[in-house]
Design a protein around this ligand. Structure first.
Ligand code: P6P
Length: 325
């Protein structure tokens, strides 16, 4: 019986293939996968054991439950703090940098995450996701500093996401292409299902929340009507990882531009837009603020927001002509 290529085997093969590969990511990604398996189980059971996003409510076993996004945040921290690869963590769920505890070995990377994006969709069984990003630290000494995290996205050394949907998939890049692994819950292994993902250069899908059309800049209005004239079809889940993953697989463009009520856009630069931008460029797609390559944006604040136009290369380039005119 052919088992297929497990994540661990693939990571070891990749490490052998690229002489520069230090093996640091092998451990880190394996640990991320461990956390993803646990979160997948909780997400899939959420409807059964009342962890439907309530804070401090007791579940049927009489245990007090956390909101799943806080649960996911604490789980990733627990799993990653002792790898010896990290010096600090930034999360959508935490205001400040989390320093790796004194008792744990320290490493040369910083880890950024949105531990469970779109968690409000759990209650209605819509796919949600975890997004992560890894940089080499810049500072020296025994603590991580803001400068370690406020790096342009082009400095990333690893980025990925987990999508908890009809199946659970881990998709990541370390700069040598984008690879997807599907969780086989029967054996608890992520198996290689999409090696060397490339996004189609143009897609038939555009993805934007048209409820905000009265708030859009003129450029957005003109681009969206162009998309309609080209008979693109509209798809909008309202869960970033789900919308991104569909476009990565099928081709298309996702837009969350700034508007009169989202003055800088809604999505977070460091742990939502930048990791997805790194992935999409590795898959021969593009990501932009509308006027600037997303990976060239130099962050000023840990939780700053950004406009995001991301997906098929030709679609993003066409959209940029509207934003730049
Ligand atoms: P809107 C989910 O809350 C989220 O952060 C992303 O996953 C998603 O793309 C976006 O917000 C949806 O925002 O304003 O369209 O509801």
């Amino acid at each position: 019986m052919e088992l297929g290529t497990t994540l661990t085997r693939f990571l070891v093969e990749q490490q052998r293939k690229y002489k520069g590969a230090t093996g640091d990511f092998t451990g880190l990604i394996a640990d991320i996968a461990t956390a993803a398996k646990v979160i997948s189980r909780e997400v899939n059971q959420a409807g059964l054991i009342d962890i439907l996003g309530y804070q401090g409510v007791e579940n049927v076993q009489g245990e007090s439950v956390q909101k799943l996004d806080r649960f996911a945040n604490e789980l990733f921290i627990k799993v990653l703090s002792h790898t010896g690869h990290l010096i600090g963590i930034v999360s959508e769920e935490m205001e400040d940098i989390l320093q790796i505890p004194k008792s744990a070995p320290k490493g040369k990377y910083v880890f950024l995450m949105d531990p469970l994006d779109g968690s409000s969709n759990i209650d209605v069984n819509i796919s949600i996701g975890s997004i992560f990003s890894i940089y080499r630290r810049i500072s020296e000494g025994d603590r991580a500093t803001d400068e370690d995290f406020l790096q342009p996205g082009r400095n990333q050394v690893c980025a990925g996401y987990v999508i908890y949907g009809s199946s659970t998939m881990l998709v990541y890049t370390t700069g040598h292409g984008v690879h997807g692994f599907t969780l086989d819950p029967g054996i608890g292994e992520f198996l290689l299902s999409h090696e060397g993902i490339k996004i189609p250069s143009r897609g038939k899908i555009y993805s934007i929340n048209e409820a905000y059309d009265a708030l859009w800049d003129d450029a957005v209005c003109r681009y969206v009507s162009q998309a309609k004239q080209e008979k693109k079809t509209a798809r909008y889940v309202g869960s970033l990882v789900a919308d991104f993953h569909r476009n990565l697989m099928k081709g298309g463009i996702f837009l969350y531009p700034k508007d009169k009520s989202h003055l800088e856009g809604k999505l977070r630069l460091l742990y939502e837009a930048a990791p997805l931008a790194y992935i999409v460029e590795q898959a021969d797609g593009a990501a932009s603020t509308g006027t600037t390559r997303l990976l060239d944006v130099v962050p000023e604040k840990l939780h700053q927001r950004t406009p995001l136009i991301i997906g098929s290369l030709e679609d993003v380039r066409q959209a940029e002509t509207f934003f730049k005119s």
